[in-house]
Design a protein around this ligand. Structure first.
Ligand code: HSE
Length: 297
């Protein structure tokens, strides 16, 4: 087998009002270098990777095994060297990236010829929502909906804005951030919340970024319930707005916050934001437009 490399982008889900539906692929990557080996082995080369067994039971092998089994194949042994610039449990889709990596590993090793739709359907079954899985597979801004277990989607190649992330040095587990959400919403709230989301997507499509930023900050489905879990939620929003941001929201389930700024302006503003929030890693990140991709050595 020729060695190969799998690159999977990070992602930011929800973007405010698109709870469990919208996700943007970001230019931070989980990278797997895969080579032939007698037994399974994982070498982890990054502080951003969780401590876990480096053999048979590694999470990425578990996903790859499930994928192979679903398509009636068995995963051959290999050595995987992992690198990552996606911080864990920060709301940047690290678990979806690992799931997509495991699916793609099986796809290549077992020659499954999976379509992006196959990967999305299976990844969504594992993660339970498609808004991180979809951008990690397709790249760009993914707008998704699920009906009867199948995911329908539209891809926008990207956004005409600079993306800035505020990454704190503490984590927040998605399960904990989902627990604080209501189990049901009234018709009144659902109508208002989905109308905000409609106007948000329409604003992006028509290039009306000031309106998109306003709608980002008007979510009714999750931000009002989660804001207390997010350190400096109001301060970051206010400060970003004072410095020209269109809008600032929780990235996924948090605790990272993400802002959209007018294109070309973020690099001049980031140093000032960093001085104001020194405990954060604040940076402009590119939008990834390719999604998961495999290159052969
Ligand atoms: N839509 C999910 C949530 C994303 O907000 O819980 C988790 O990354």
């Amino acid at each position: 087998m020729r060695p190969f490399r799998i690159h999977v982008p990070a992602s930011s889900a929800n973007i405010g009002p698109g709870f469990d539906s919208l996700g943007l692929a970001l230019g931070l990557y989980l990278t797997l270098d895969v080579a032939t080996a007698e037994t399974r082995e994982v070498v982890q080369c990054s502080p951003h990777l969780p401590e876990m067994p480096t053999g048979e039971d590694h999470y990425i092998f578990q996903i790859a095994d499930q994928t192979a089994a679903r398509w009636h194949k068995e995963l051959p042994p290999c050595k995987v060297t992992l690198q990552s610039d996606i911080p864990l449990a920060r709301g940047l889709g690290s678990s979806a990236s690992a799931i997509v990596a495991g699916i793609e590993l099986a796809n290549q090793l077992c020659k499954l010829s999976l379509s992006p739709e196959d990967k999305l359907t299976f990844g969504n079954e594992i993660e339970g929502h498609p808004d991180n899985i979809a951008p990690s597979i397709f790249g760009g801004l993914m707008i998704t909906t699920i009906a009867a277990g199948s995911v329908d989607w539209i891809q926008m190649p990207g956004v005409d804005a600079d993306v800035v992330v505020f990454i704190p040095d503490q984590d927040l587990k998605t399960a904990a951030a989902r627990k604080v959400l209501p189990t049901t919403y009234s018709r009144e709230l659902a109508t208002a919340g989905s109308s905000v989301s409609n106007v948000f997507v329409a604003s992006l499509l028509s290039g009306n970024y000031p309106m998109a930023g306003k709608m980002m900050e008007n979510d009714l489905f999750h931000e009002p319930y989660r804001s207390d879990l997010i350190p400096n939620y109001n301060e970051i929003r206010r400060h970003a707005k004072e410095n020209g941001a269109y809008g600032t929201v929780i990235s996924g389930a948090g605790p990272t916050m993400i802002s959209l700024f007018p294109q070309g302006e973020a690099d001049a503003i980031v140093p000032q934001l960093q001085r104001t929030f020194p405990a954060y890693d604040i940076k402009r990140v590119a939008v990834d437009s390719k999604g998961v991709n495999t290159t052969w050595g």
